[in-house]
Design a protein around this ligand. Structure first.
Ligand SMILES: Cc1ncc(COP(=O)(O)O)c(C=O)c1O
Length: 375
């Protein structure tokens, strides 16, 4: 048996016909930019996620960049975020010549440690970007409470990995000024290229975001602010509309797989030795969408190799934390990131995807069990 981390090959076999039908409709009306599928998708997403505005953009990275421009980030402003993330969370801060301030993560959820944020707030702090990693929201409610007296600080969630996740029974965007997501092909809802979306309940901010994504204008009658080329094209919307129909079913398959992994990891720990593997810690008030199922073990590299020998592909998110990259080390403000640094040497993401079967999941668990028998 050969098991991939992602299921795009299986997906294309199942839904290609449906996708092609919708692509063909776009070719017929040929409104490739700002076509009707874009507004249908924006409405569908905003009503599903109970956000007053959804604005489609060209990628998750551009969603973050456009949001930072929209809240007026300028040179020298400080933005607090996590070092345990994909590089673009921090890259966009530097694009605007602002200063990324990196704060250590919680050692169990791998999300930013909210309790460490207040000490790092200065007169220059203008935003916090909590990253909702691996499918689970960062502790947004606590974050919101902890900065409630700092009216100048906005919360911009990097929700690229956690679309549809819940926090205290609400979608995570309920707790933020702005939430940014990605439709990269392997995300929870992935298009066939690049795409992203911004969610906000703030009408003025939404108008600025709409202008910025389209060169500083909504209707081209006037260009009254500086913008970027940040639209998502209609073909991608047509693909996402097709895939949207399968989203709930796909999410329940992911939860089912996660539950099987949880059970098997508990079994391995209790039969062999309690400290061999740590399963993902999902906080009681969170509902994860399991964009990744990430375990922590001191035997990570050997386990990855063993999986590979058994034709199971696994991934490491992230092998290095942002401040360990040469360029970013010089550009970011940080001091003690010891949890993030340690965890980056222990994490391993097991395959979890929309079309993964029970048989495949059981095989992965059996291989994991046979590996840990040695310890
Ligand atoms: C946490 C995080 N932030 C931002 C991004 C960027 O999204 P995109 O690839 O759509 O630009 C990603 C994508 O991998 C991500 O995982």
């Amino acid at each position: 048996m050969k098991i991939n981390s992602y299921s795009l090959d299986k997906e294309s076999k199942k839904i290609k016909k449906d996708i092609l039908k919708n692509i063909s409709k776009v070719i017929d009306h040929n409104k490739y930019i700002n076509g009707p599928e874009n507004s249908i998708l924006e409405k569908k997403l905003s009503s599903t996620l109970k956000s007053k505005n959804c604005i489609l953009v060209s990628s998750g990275t551009d969603a973050l960049l456009i949001s930072l421009i929209a809240i007026g980030i300028k040179e020298g402003d400080e933005i607090i975020t996590s070092p345990f993330t994909f590089i673009s969370t921090v890259e966009v801060i530097l694009s605007l010549k602002a200063k990324p301030v990196l704060i250590d993560i919680d050692s169990e959820t791998y999300n930013i440690d909210i309790s460490k944020i207040n000490k790092k707030i200065t007169k220059k702090t203008r935003a916090i970007i909590p990253v909702s990693l691996f499918g689970q929201p960062a502790n947004l409610k606590e974050l919101k409470k902890s900065i409630k007296n700092n009216k100048n600080i906005k919360i911009i969630e990097d929700n690229a990995q956690s679309l549809m996740s819940k926090h205290y029974g609400e979608y995570s965007n309920y707790f933020t000024d702005v939430s940014c997501t990605s439709f990269f092909p392997t995300k929870i809802l992935g298009c066939y290229g690049d795409g992203g979306a911004i969610f906000t309940n703030d009408r003025n901010l939404a108008t600025r975001i709409k202008k910025i994504r389209s060169h500083g204008s909504i209707n081209k009658k006037d260009f009254d602010i500086q913008g970027v080329s940040g639209r998502m094209d209609t073909l991608q919307s047509s693909i996402l509309l097709t895939k949207f129909k399968y989203l709930k079913k796909n999410l329940s398959n992911r939860s089912r797989i996660a539950a099987i992994y949880d059970k098997n990891i508990d079994k391995i720990n209790s039969l062999l030795n309690n400290n061999l593997i740590q399963k993902p810690k999902i906080l009681d008030f969170n509902k994860s969408v399991y964009s990744q199922y990430t375990i922590k073990t001191n035997h990570r590299d050997k386990l990855k190799k063993y999986f590979k020998e058994h034709n199971i592909s696994t991934a490491i998110y992230y092998n290095k934390i942002v401040s360990e990259y040469s360029f970013y080390k010089k550009k970011c403000k940080f001091n003690n990131l010891k949890n993030a640094s340690k965890i980056s040497k222990q994490v391993l993401s097991l395959p979890i995807n929309d079309y993964q079967s029970l048989k495949e999941t059981k095989y992965i668990c059996d291989v994991m069990f046979s590996f840990f028998k040695k310890y």
